[in-house]
Design a protein around this ligand. Sequence first.
Ligand SMILES: *Cc1c(COP(=O)(O)O)cnc(C)c1O
Ligand SMILES: [Zn+2]
Length: 501
Amino acid sequence: MQLQDFPEEIQGYLVPKVGGELVYHCLGCHMEYPVDQLLYTCPNCGSVLMMKDKEFERLKEVPGSLWRKIFDYRKMLNIDALKGIFLYHEFVAPIIPLEDIIYLGEGHTPQVMANESLRKKVGVDFYFKNDGQNPSASFKDRGMASALSYINYLVRRRGIGDILSICASTGDTSASAALYSAYLQGVVKSAVLLPHKKVTPQQLSQPLGSGAQVFEIPGVFDDCMKVVERMAETYNVALLNSKNVWRIKGQESYSYEIAQWFDYDMTNKVVVVPIGNAGNITAVIQGFLNFFDTQVIECLPKVIGVQSEHANPVYRYYLEPDVEKRVWRPVVVRPSVAQAAMIGNPVSMPRVIRLVEEYNSKAEEKKVFVVEVSEQEIMDWELTANRNGHIACTQGGESLAGLVRALKEGIVEKGEIAILDSTAHVLKFVDFQNMYFQDNFPPEFEILPKAELKNFPQLIKPESLKVVPEPGKQLSPEDFERFVALTVEDIARRLNLKPRE
Ligand SMILES: *Cc1c(COP(=O)(O)O)cnc(C)c1O
Ligand SMILES: [Zn+2]
């Protein structure tokens, strides 16, 4: 639709104008720094940073009801830059002009209602929000779209050039970073660090295909993270991990989209996300807070973070009910099928601690919870979901297992509606499905496949067939007829089919 065809009272708001005053805000010493450079930690005290819009109050001058109309009408506006996470430009990164925004098709992922059979099995109504349907097949694209748009803005407006982006990754960050950097080739070169043999073959193929320099490092993600952190301190590189708060900004769009999907009515809603480095849950909480503070939504949904027993530092931290007695202790991770969340020392933990406090206080009740699930539950629920028409990855299975656990513990009740983050596409993690089907998980995973969830291909090759089709070779008409007839017979027998009357 053309601008002049929208209602007049909305026209002036539809195309966002550059505005706001973003600053990095230190969680430790509360110093603020201008965003004309990339900063990851506070130069004064070393703590992680948050992003603050010093002119956030101006967003409150627009009534919530008008914001809702702006976002809904804006969806009909055909401007590339506003098709993805920047639909919420004023809330994501208002300093970035539309011309500098990188859009590769991220965001606005579908929310798919579970079918009746699965809803019954779980005991509550729920949706999967399929963030695996982003361009590099994980939610990480939301944050890369904002981080790379910011870098593009720095390059174009501030004359900074020849940037090398680096990241440590459990697989999906590097896939996404390499994709967005490839789009910006000539401006950004990318290098990614992966824990050797701790990412799936699909995830390894992604940055290779995008032309990034790929380095495999012994150890697990936490070890890789230390290496890139040291590199970012020592050399002039752009760190694309979620320590970089520009990533968080884009990922907040996940919450904005959920709100919009429900016409901004968040009553009785429960949002479930897996926790790894804790960037995603930081963004989800911050996103809902931003919409709540500006009255775009009038109620804060429950947020449930899920961790595997094999990588559970956040769960352990919140086990202690007494806030004063809580102690933050990183853990040593064990192998997990939720490999993208297999992190023992999440970088965003200080952000989580701060935001959970603010969230519960604004909601005037406890609304953020963390639950723990077993590896077995993750696999069983992933496979069960996908047998009911979903495309959940292992972390999506973790979300569903977490919902089931939360119901059991009384954190979620009947009548509530859950939205589960399937953070990546099932195809990225298909090797875990294969290990389950073939019953060859190494023992440390502690997973025993259930017969009813297994599935195998069946090779049809009737013994009496002397010749079968092969590429480049044509069978005689008689042999071919025999091949078709015997193959049909064999399949029909296995499927127990009755001939047509
Ligand atoms: C990165 C990732 C996670 C974990 O998100 P954090 O922000 O690190 O907590 C979960 N699932 C998938 C598929 C991921 O790629
Ligand atoms: Zn500081």
